[in-house]
Design a protein around this ligand. Structure first.
Ligand SMILES: Nc1ncnc2c1ncn2[C@@H]1O[C@H](COP(=O)(O)OP(=O)(O)O)[C@@H](O)[C@H]1O
Ligand SMILES: [Mg+2]
Length: 374
């Protein structure tokens, strides 16, 4: 391999497309995954995640676009020559072979020496904490253990890229959370570039270096968990991940010292933005419920935005309270408050809902941009 290989992206997709009949499953996907990086494709069922993964793996031929692995074009290589580890949702283990034989499969195909195979299989089983269970067949293992066998089988070949398609969705919640952190820890320790597919926002937020949010065959936004959650590029991203308040707004004057005044349906607002907004832009101001705080009228901190609200209802959720509000224009909003003991807010109360200039984010109404001027 040339020297440059390690500095190449582990994976590079350019203009990747796939149609099934009249239906476009994947439309012009561009994506780079760096060496050691964990990138998640997140999106609702049917948005094209599995089709994208299957094109990377070589099980589906793209209609257009290019796929490079470690700088090498692989469109014409069969799956087993792409140097990939793959884990599917349904495990896809051989039912009549035991755990060790399942893990050894890829090494046998590669015609490695028996002693080397045995050593590497033992290593891989230890890595996923299955040592001692190597003689069990899939049906003698729990769902979580089966998924570990599948993971060991993918890792034992020391692939250049790991592909995981909803590997946790058949597990119950507690096991899912355990496996989440186990896969993350293992991936970081091995430093293996990974593309992880899920429709579960919590998995995406907790495991990924970067998240690509997909919708209808396209990547709508790609960024860190914080980018995606706090700086959503579109209403789709803002509402697919967590819940959010969206308030109609327009710029209300030039920025001053990084602060931008807005006129909104709920009252005036001040945002901190590093780029100016296009004058006259129709915006939706996105404010997460946990960033909207309640205080008695007239007592919000200086420099914050304070809107008059009416409390409509308080839902007890144990660790926190969900407070239903009505804004000045009559539209509904939600605030979350930590449950600190004092049940101060009751339906019918009038209060100020306030937030800091960094706590809200403008989305161009109807567009897939942040509303910033070019
Ligand atoms: N083999 C196929 N034949 C026809 N349509 C398909 C096929 N595979 C996937 N599709 C369609 O392509 C779209 C994307 O599917 P898929 O990639 O499986 O989505 P996801 O994994 O995000 O749920 C869906 O509308 C699905 O019905
Ligand atoms: Mg799928």
């Amino acid at each position: 391999m040339p020297e440059g290989r390690m500095s190449e992206a582990a994976l590079e997709l350019r203009g990747l497309e796939k149609r099934f009949g009249a239906q476009t499953a994947v439309a012009a996907i561009d994506l780079q995954v760096q060496q050691g990086e964990f990138v998640t494709l997140l999106g609702p069922s049917g948005c094209g995640k599995t089709t994208t993964l299957n094109m990377i793996a070589g099980f589906i031929t793209p209609d257009a676009g290019s796929i490079r692995l470690g700088g090498r074009a692989v469109e014409n290589l069969p799956p087993h020559r792409r140097d990939l580890g793959i884990v599917f949702q349904d495990y896809a283990l051989f039912p009549h072979r035991n755990a060790a034989e399942n893990v050894a499969f890829g090494l046998r195909m590669r015609k490695l020496a028996k002693t080397e195979i045995a050593a590497r299989v033992a290593d891989a089983l230890r890595m996923v904490r299955l040592d001692g269970l190597d003689k069990r067949r899939p049906l003698q293992l729990s769902g979580g253990q089966r998924q570990r066998v599948a993971l060991a089988r993918a890792l034992v070949i020391r692939p250049a890229l790991l592909l995981l398609d909803e590997p946790l969705s058949n597990l119950d919640l507690k096991l899912r959370e355990e496996m989440r952190s186990e896969i993350s820890t293992l991936q970081r320790r091995l430093g293996i570039a990974t593309v992880f597919v899920t429709h579960d926002q919590d998995e995406a937020l907790t495991m990924s270096d970067r998240i690509a949010v997909m919708r209808q065959g396209r990547i709508e936004q790609i960024g860190t968990a914080r980018d995606i959650y706090e700086r959503p590029a579109s209403v789709f991203v803002a509402t697919f991940i967590g819940s959010t308040n969206l308030v109609r707004a327009k710029p209300a004057g030039p920025p001053s010292e990084g602060l931008v005044p807005l006129a909104t349906a709920a009252g005036p607002a001040i945002l901190r933005l590093d780029r100016p907004l296009a004058a006259g832009a129709d915006l939706l101001l996105a404010i997460r419920p946990e960033r909207l705080q309640l205080t008695p009228t007239g007592t919000a901190p200086d420099g914050s935005t304070a809107w008059p609200v009416r409390i409509e209802g308080v839902t007890y959720l144990g660790g926190r309270l969900e407070i239903a509000l009505r804004l000045a224009d009559g539209s509904p909003a939600t605030a979350h408050a930590m449950n600190l003991g004092a049940m101060a807010w009751q339906p019918g109360h009038v209060a100020d809902a306030w937030f800091r200039p960094d706590d809200a984010w403008p989305i161009l109404d109807g567009g897939a941009s942040d509303g910033a001027a070019p």
